[in-house]
Design a protein around this ligand. Structure first.
Ligand SMILES: *Cc1c(COP(=O)(O)O)cnc(C)c1O
Length: 422
């Protein structure tokens, strides 16, 4: 692979997915130069088509008022049904098992209400030490809600001493150790800080083997790598769509519920929008859940928030997740090669094993803790957008929908310059 900028540009010219970049808005520096945007793990870029789709809903609202529920170009009552199929393709499950609604942490709360039912000695929840704070808060709130004892009922599995990553074998061992006491495992598809991707099927198998349920947080996984969610037998999953799914700040989240739970007697927190559509508007006295994951809806849907997701999912369909993944792997290999040559002092936390990582790379910057922050500032001044997490981690995502080899080249060159300066 090429070690010059021209070489990187030539690789981009040979990449059949490269034209997709023109379908996204491109952030610019204050001086008007295009940025190298490597922050798709935090907020994906705006698909240009989002503007027209959003404007169409505003127009229908202006033109039709309440009649838009039935007469809008995309009727609002069923607006979200059209999102389930493309979402299910990305997740490797059936459309019926998916619902797009609310935001991530709210969905996690709702599904914990159904899937965390402590009984007898089986009351513990297994999560990773270093879980995204919102997930930890949510789990803690359910332990307290049920009168459990967080100090013993929350198990937080850490990497081994001196390691950054958690081994799946250690997850299995933790489940074996505490087997009959564990009610639920909540695990990330891709870890937000390290970029480690987990073998979710293996974790679900291990959970089920001891009689526990397995729920997954796919915030950093959906749109990043293909996940055969259903084959992996997850009980439930939740995600957001503003990261790799490019649906805009605070965009809608989503839920997956495995079909084996469709008719279960599990309690759920409900509202009228989860009622069977055939009789929802008869305003019946008693709740009857819609079939599938749709029966977990609570409120009527946020059409204006969903419009950008329609635009983004169309781009995923066009590109194909498998092709995006192949490009993602190639970008990652190029990144590793350049980092090893140009900035060997930087330690890459993200796994070297391609199967155990997606588009994100996390770099540890040595020196005093604020050095990483100074390196980030240097990158920003040079028109590179990525992010920093305390104490010394820089995260950069090579998003195959809109990043090219030249972005990887520019990142590493500017990282080298920023390291020298800091
Ligand atoms: C991004 C992210 C969140 C954010 O939650 P919101 O409810 O969307 O604000 C939560 N958990 C994880 C693991 C995340 O990566």
């Amino acid at each position: 692979m090429s070690q010059s900028r021209d070489g990187a540009l030539a690789q981009d010219r040979a990449d059949m997915l490269a034209p997709l970049r023109q379908r996204f808005a491109q952030p610019h520096t204050a001086q008007g130069r295009p940025c190298a945007y490597l922050c798709g793990h935090s907020l994906g870029l705006m698909p240009l088509a989002a503007r027209a789709l959003l404007a169409a809903e505003l127009d229908d609202w202006a033109r039709l008022g309440v009649l838009g529920h039935e007469n809008a170009q995309r009727p609002w009552i069923t607006y979200h049904d059209a999102l389930a199929a493309p979402m299910a393709e990305l997740l490797g499950c059936d459309a019926e098992e998916v619902v797009v609604m609310n935001s991530l942490s709210v969905n996690l709360q709702l599904l914990l209400a159904s899937f965390y039912q402590p009984a007898g000695v089986r009351r513990r929840i297994l999560i990773e030490a270093g879980a995204f704070p919102s997930d930890r808060y949510a789990v803690m709130s359910h332990l307290r809600w049920h009168g459990c004892e967080p100090r013993t009922d929350l198990i937080e599995l850490a990497p081994r001493d001196g390691e950054d990553l958690i081994r799946e074998a250690d997850v299995e061992a933790a489940l074996q150790r505490d087997g009959e006491r564990i009610a639920l495992v909540l695990w990330p598809g891709v870890q937000y800080l390290t970029g480690q991707a987990f073998d979710l099927a293996r974790i679900a198998r291990a959970a089920h083997a001891v009689g526990a349920l397995a729920g997954f947080d796919l915030a950093h996984a959906v749109g990043n790598m293909p996940f055969p969610l259903r084959a992996g037998a997850a009980d439930f999953a939740v995600w957001c769509s503003y990261k790799y799914l490019n649906a805009g700040p605070g965009a809608l989240g989503g839920c997956f519920v495995h079909r084996r739970h469709f008719d279960s007697a599990r309690p759920r927190l409900v509202g009228w929008w989860g009622h069977d559509l055939a009789s929802r508007f008869d305003m019946p006295h008693d709740f009857r859940a819609a079939a599938g994951a749709a029966g977990f809806q609570v409120s009527n849907q946020s059409v204006l928030a969903a419009a950008p997701l329609v635009a983004s999912l169309a781009l995923f369909r066009e590109a194909g997740m498998e092709r995006l993944r192949r490009k993602s792997v190639a970008l990652g290999a190029y990144f590793e090669q350049l980092i090893a040559q140009r900035t060997p002092q930087v330690r890459v936390m993200t796994p070297r094993d391609v199967a155990a990582r997606g588009a994100q790379f996390s770099l540890r910057i040595d020196g005093d803790p604020m050095r990483a922050r100074r390196v980030l500032d240097g990158l920003r001044r040079r028109g590179v957008i990525c992010d920093w997490r305390a104490p010394d981690i820089i995260r950069a995502a090579l998003t195959p929908l809109y990043n090219g080899f030249v972005d990887v080249f520019d990142f590493v060159e500017n990282l080298a310059a920023s390291l020298q300066e800091a």
